[in-house]
Design a protein around this ligand. Structure first.
Ligand code: UDP
Ligand code: MG
Length: 205
């Protein structure tokens, strides 16, 4: 069983399109018997002020493979993602986290599943170098990585929160009861077999 966790904050403009693309992928993977037919998407509405939640409720109502919850207020991306991960904990074999705008290429998902099947408990999505990325932006993103390393985090270069985690790794992650959680810094330190899958970052829809 695959779960896909999608944190959503004021995403009413993209969520239907995102849902269509993710459901198309899930159905294809089910048909190819790569994943179990009870696989699902789990939307976390992070206190949106727009129509996001009513759209989620609507798409959930006629699809057994779509679930969701709404947080009481806006908690921020990392907390929304963590809330979703804790909801699917022990209710899937592995979970994939992805942004609602699908800037991360969903074509990488079958590759991640393949790595999982080959024995990786965590698979990191790694952005290919962006075309048109300024030296300026690159400088700051490199500097950020260096500072995070100095502060004890094992940050993975060009990885955001697009990743696969097996349920074992998920259990281990959720044993940390931290308030100010930075998943990207914590997950590489859990100590499981990991691998990487490259993808092209897209423009925000
Ligand atoms: N997000 C969230 N809570 C927030 C801000 C963002 O859940 O307070 C979600 C957002 O809907 C998206 C993901 O986190 O699915 C990443 O946000 P965004 O695309 O704005 O970030 P960026 O692409 O700039 O990293
Ligand atoms: Mg984005």
């Amino acid at each position: 069983i695959m779960a896909i966790v999608v944190p959503c904050y004021n995403e009413h403009e993209v969520i239907r399109d995102t849902n269509k693309k993710l459901m198309y992928l899930i159905n294809k993977l089910i048909n190819d018997t790569i994943i179990n037919s009870n696989s699902y998407i789990y939307y976390v509405d992070d206190g949106s002020e727009d129509e996001t939640w009513s759209i989620i409720k609507n798409i959930c109502s006629n699809e057994k493979n779509i679930k969701g919850m709404k947080l009481s207020r806006n908690f921020g991306h990392q907390n929304a993602l963590l809330a979703g991960l804790s909801k699917v904990d022990n209710k899937c074999d592995f979970v994939i986290s992805i942004d609602a705008d699908l800037q991360q290429d969903i074509e990488a998902i079958p590759k991640m599943i393949n790595e999982y099947n080959l024995g990786s408990e965590i698979v990191f999505g790694i952005r290919n170098k962006r075309k048109g990325e300024t030296i300026f932006k690159r400088f700051f993103s490199d500097a950020f990585n260096k500072i995070m390393k100095l502060s004890g985090s094992s940050i993975i270069k060009d990885h955001a929160d697009f990743r696969l985690m097996g349920n074992k790794a998920l259990n281990a992650l959720l044993e940390h009861h931290e308030d100010n959680i930075f998943l990207r810094g914590l997950i590489p330190k859990l100590g499981f077999i990991t691998s990487e899958v490259k993808f092209d970052q897209k423009e925000r829809l």
